[in-house]
Design a binder for this molecule. Structure first.
Ligand SMILES: [Zn+2]
Length: 268
């Protein structure tokens, strides 16, 4: 915002300046800082629990995926066998039609033999009939082959059906178990959410919004104690002025490196 030279600051510019200063220096206006840090620590404890439940909620269904994949693979194999049964049936029917038509041809040719005038024609027709008979037996053999294959396929289907059924039972039982675990976790999350809201009571909106950002970026860990003068989150050594700033309890101090809120455990 452009500043008008020589103008008298209005109430609103004084107010917005003070907000900027508060945010820049991390001061929390009108609040007991130590109490705020205690509240942050309590909120953090709840969020550790919450993050654990949420992690379990993400990971639990993965256990089921493996069993589901095995079940799907067996089911796919079963469907392939069923498809093969249909193909075999179709091929057998087609071959049976060929066979029937060949039999009719042979019958027709046999009946026509008497009408032939010369011995040469008669011999030629006999030769044709022999060829047709050879085709007929080839078709018969093929029909039998399809029937054998169908029979074997039916046995395979029965075996595979038993496997698929067993795998389905296993999957459903596991799913039931996993659903139970998930529902239990959801109930726990709901309970923790209530506690979380209670823990947030009395905290200022700015600190809370910063906390929410850090907790999200740092995988659930936003408030850490100092451990041997290092940040309990990223283990960066904190300079003496940071330690002093924490001990003054006039502002909430965060680690320059990882942005987590810092506190001294023994002093709370
Ligand atoms: Zn840090």
């Amino acid at each position: 915002m452009a500043e008008v030279v020589g103008s008298i600051p209005t109430v609103s510019t004084i107010f917005s300046l003070s907000v900027v200063q508060v945010e820049r220096r991390g001061l929390v206006a009108g609040m007991d800082v130590k109490d705020l840090i205690r509240k942050l620590v309590a909120l953090q404890k709840i969020d550790v629990e919450l993050y654990e439940y949420k992690r379990e909620l993400r990971e639990t269904p993965i256990l089921l995926d493996e069993i589901k994949a095995v079940f799907d693979a067996k089911k796919a194999r079963f469907h392939t066998l069923e498809k093969k049964a249909q193909d075999l049936e179709r091929a057998r029917k087609a071959k049976e039609l060929d066979l029937k038509s060949k039999e009719e041809d042979i019958l027709k040719a046999n009946n026509g033999l008497m009408l032939l005038k010369t011995n040469k024609e008669y011999q030629a027709r006999l030769f044709e009939i022999e060829n047709m008979k050879a085709d007929k037996s080839k078709f018969e053999e093929e029909v039998l082959k399809f029937m054998d294959e169908s029979e074997k396929n039916i046995q395979d289907i029965a075996k595979e059906k038993a496997i698929v059924d067993a795998e389905e039972q296993k999957y459903l039982a596991e799913k039931n178990k996993v659903d139970g675990v998930i529902n239990g976790l959801k109930d726990k999350v709901a309970v923790v959410d209530v506690r979380r809201k209670e823990a947030m009571a009395g905290m200022d909106a700015h600190t809370l919004s910063v906390y929410e950002k850090v907790v999200e970026n740092r995988d659930g860990s936003a408030v850490v104690p100092l451990v041997n003068n290092t940040c309990g989150g990223c283990f960066m050594l904190q300079p003496p002025q940071v330690l002093n700033k924490i001990r003054m309890y006039t502002e909430v101090v965060r680690c320059d490196m990882c942005t987590r809120f810092l506190y001294i455990e023994d002093e709370l």
